[in-house]
Design a protein around this ligand. Structure first.
Ligand code: SAM
Length: 271
């Protein structure tokens, strides 16, 4: 069987978490979780224009004010930020560990008149597969949450750090798990980019797992098992791997009351 046939057959698989889904706490699981049905639905329902409107020009401004030209999108997913940044004039390389996600991103880029430069790369071995140094690395859409142990997180952050030029910047976001762990889930804490038609609700949360169920209007349901990252912990890890300054925004605002934001956005400077 050719590689591409194999990849497309794999993409059509159902999600599978075995007898006890709460036991699945594995960094390598992400490639199985983003099955084709999930990704197609997600992209059909998320209005890219709506998502652009919600984010505004936050990322573009953070990058422009640092004179960024070359960006490495390490969690390309279906290509939303890669496309947005290309359209804003940045030179973008689009990486992801999931070949199926990259194929979808490429297709989405083509539909908007762009040819995405895609590279399949797992963050833990990023610099083995991605050549060159970048002014910025972005890891957005609550992606870092897929790493289930600290060694993988340190390794990934160290790889992001070394993919940057000496004065480069890493922008990485995460869901506000502190709020969920400390105060319980509040339905207003939805994915800001999920759209009204998708519900994203936690089925199980403990210190080592946040298992969310995504329900779609046609009745289909998909899951993601994620590690509930605490904000302070992520900032500390970034500093420990060498980032000199980390500023954290809450839902794109500089000032916020800790439990309120849905998302935190860390802007980490290398020097
Ligand atoms: N950034 C996109 C967005 O905002 O729409 C996609 C977000 S999606 C929640 C997470 C992405 O991270 C997926 O495309 C997944 O394949 C990728 N990913 C997760 N763990 C990874 C790893 N260890 N190495 C590379 N990519 C990974």
């Amino acid at each position: 069987m050719s590689n591409s046939t194999e990849t497309s057959l794999l993409a059509y698989r159902q999600q599978s978490y075995g007898d006890d889904p709460t036991k699945v706490r594995d960094t390598n699981k992400y490639t199985d979780e983003y099955v084709r049905g999930f990704v197609e639905k997600w992209d059909d329902l998320i209005d890219w224009d709506q998502r652009s409107e919600t984010e505004g020009s936050f990322f573009i401004e953070e990058l422009r004010k640092r004179g960024v030209k070359r960006v490495l999108d390490v969690a390309t997913g279906t290509g939303f930020h890669s496309v947005r940044l290309i359209e804003a004039g940045f030179e973008v390389v689009s990486a992801d560990g999931s070949p199926y996600m990259l194929a979808k991103a490429f297709e989405n880029g083509r539909r908007r008149g762009h040819v995405l430069r895609t590279i399949q790369a797992d963050w833990r071995w990023l610099n083995r597969d991605v050549a060159g140094r970048f002014d910025a690395v972005i890891c957005l859409g609550n992606s870092f949450t897929h790493l289930f142990n600290e060694r993988d997180r340190r390794k990934a952050l160290a790889e992001f750090y070394s993919a940057l030029k000496h004065n480069g910047v890493l922008i990485l976001d995460q869901r506000n798990y502190d709020s969920i762990l400390d105060h319980g889930f509040d339905s207003k804490h939805k994915f800001y980019y999920c759209g009204e038609q998708i519900s994203a609700l936690p089925e199980h949360v403990d210190d080592g797992l946040a298992r969310f169920c995504y329900s779609f209007p046609d009745g289909s349901k998909y899951h993601l098992n994620m590690f509930p990252l605490r904000k302070r912990y992520v900032c500390d890890l970034m500093q420990q791997v060498g980032f000199q300054r980390v500023d954290t925004f809450g839902d794109f605002q500089e000032t916020y009351h800790e439990p309120d934001p849905d998302f935190f956005i860390h802007v980490a400077e290398k020097c």
